[in-house]
Design a protein around this ligand. Structure first.
Ligand code: HEC
Length: 469
């Protein structure tokens, strides 16, 4: 299976997972270890609770894309027994990348109890027996709403046109702008959830401001009760598409991506307005071969706020992420540490309903690290100096934070960039332009400035003339 397809499957699986309330609280209290477990009695309950959300055929998912094998029946699971044992022992399945110290912190945590791991491992070791089918738990019900995991949508929108991703494309960025018309939405409505459906497997990610997107920045598809965003008629939706595949004859694909929206009832106004902005750093240069290059960026919350979740986003060399809160009283708290960041899993780490309150004056410091050495098997080129850029072969430093103001009804300002809004530094930008393009910003004419910014955008997209972004 090609990398890009695998990656997309994972993203799709992940998005559907986030959308399913059933997955929110995997049971971690399996009783004593069984020496010779059977499939129906001991194994199936563990798979239902922790694996089937991804490992099942079809069902509620994006474009029918799910994990490549199904663990719903004995017949479909039996051939994978040894592989299952290996994956759960190594804790690579179920996928979850927060440090162990966060156990119990996040709503969508995916971890197995030691006893559950032992059950799956002992099952494989003792011959992967079926046991008695009458011992099986009742089959688990999965929501099916025309394939939308968030339930029957109130409004389905699309990117406005079909688009052909050419054979020679590896990474391609293009933005389509569509409008929410009065016919689609006569009155402003509060959004309860959004779900994206890629129209083709070459979609690597979609960011559709102001709706949200899928990877990077996976919003939970259904917001907590009382939290939402307002959608008004006339709103322009900018579909920033990233297509990614291996180039080659016959690899071209048509795309027509869609999004489903669910609204709160007309007479309901959520108390809190959700903002999902990244902390961003653009001006870094990762030296060739460096196994642990680090960068930091921070942002201070000026008002009492509710932290709702985080989505760290880097590219292939990303290796580590940490969000630390520095409270006004001088104490610190590690909010999220991802010891081994994995580009393939764009996880959104979501707090339980209501979020985590922080006082005004709290500073959040984001640290990210990259491994640009030969020792990183994902590294496309250890000899390169790596800058910020859109292609997966360039790097990113995006620490998405989704939050709301603690005061009901208060609309936080959202400009799309948490850190640059609060700590904009023109001198740093001038220095970066000097380094990258050898120009002195202060001496440039308006036209020259526009030209430099255009070149910067092109350099970042790695894809000159790919479209307006
Ligand atoms: C969030 C979705 C998700 C969950 C939950 C999940 N998986 Fe997976 N799993 C995947 C995806 C996607 C792949 C394909 C990954 C790949 O090809 O690298 C996969 C691959 C696997 C593989 C094959 C690995 C290989 O390449 O040999 C095994 C075995 C597996 N999962 C077991 C499990 C078990 C057991 C659980 C539950 C304890 C589980 N998974 C939970 C998404 C999930």
């Amino acid at each position: 299976m090609s990398r890009s397809i695998t990656r997309l499957l994972m993203i799709a699986a992940l998005v559907s997972l986030v959308a399913l309330p059933a997955a929110a609280n995997p049971s971690n209290n399996t009783a004593d270890v069984v020496e010779k477990p059977t499939f129906f009695k001991d194994v199936l309950p563990v798979l239902q609770q922790n694996c089937q959300v991804c490992h099942r055929p079809g069902g509620a998912n994006l474009g029918g894309m799910v994990a490549p094998m199904s663990f719903t029946t004995y017949e479909s699971t039996r051939p994978w027994a040894k592989s299952i044992a290996r994956q759960v022992e190594a804790r690579t399945m179920p996928p979850w990348h927060a440090a162990p110290r966060h156990a119990g912190t996040f709503d969508n945590e995916r971890t197995l109890a030691d006893a559950e791991i032992a059950t799956l491992v002992n099952w494989a070791k003792s011959g992967a027996k079926s046991g008695d089918a009458t011992d099986a738990p009742a089959g688990k019900e999965w929501p099916v709403n025309n394939g939308w995991s968030i339930g029957e949508p109130d409004l389905v929108i699309n990117m406005g046109q079909k688009y052909f991703v050419e054979d020679d494309v590896e990474d391609h960025y293009i933005t389509f702008t569509t409008t929410i018309t009065k016919e689609m939405l006569p009155e402003p409505r509060w959004v309860k959830g959004v779900e994206f459906r890629p129209g083709s497997e070459v979609v690597h990610h979609i960011i559709a401001r102001p709706l949200g997107g899928i990877a990077p920045g996976n919003d939970p598809s259904l917001y907590d009760e009382g939290f939402g965003t307002l959608l008004e008629p006339g709103t322009e939706i900018r579909w920033a598409m990233h297509y990614h595949k291996e180039a080659g004859e016959g690899t071209g694909k048509w795309d027509f991506s869609e999004a489903a929206i669910r609204f709160y009832p007309e007479d309901y106004t959520p108390e809190h307005i959700i903002v999902n902005d990244p902390m961003v750093k653009h001006d870094f240069a990762i030296p060739p071969g460096d196994p642990n290059f680090q960068a930091k960026v921070s942002s201070t919350f000026e008002r009492d706020s509710l932290l709702l979740g985080y989505t760290p986003h880097m590219h292939l060399r990303g290796s580590y992420a940490k969000y630390v809160a520095m409270y006004p009283d001088g104490t610190e708290e590690v909010l999220l540490e991802v010891p081994k960041y994995d580009f393939n899993w764009q996880t959104h780490y979501k707090y339980p309903a209501g979020g985590k309150p922080i006082p005004a004056g709290t500073k959040i410091e984001l640290t990210m690290a990259w491994d640009n050495s030969e020792g990183n098997p994902n590294n496309p080129d250890p000899t390169a100096t790596v800058h910020f850029g859109q292609p997966t072969t360039a790097e990113m430093m995006f620490g998405f934070v989704s939050y709301a103001d603690a005061e009901p009804g208060y609309q936080p300002e959202s400009t799309g960039f948490l850190s640059s809004r609060r700590e904009r530094d023109p001198e740093r930008m001038k220095k970066m332009l000097k380094e990258r393009f050898n120009v002195d910003w202060d001496t440039l004419s308006e036209d020259e400035r526009a030209d430099v910014l255009k070149r910067l955008r092109e350099a970042r997209s790695g894809n000159a003339g790919a479209g307006d972004r």
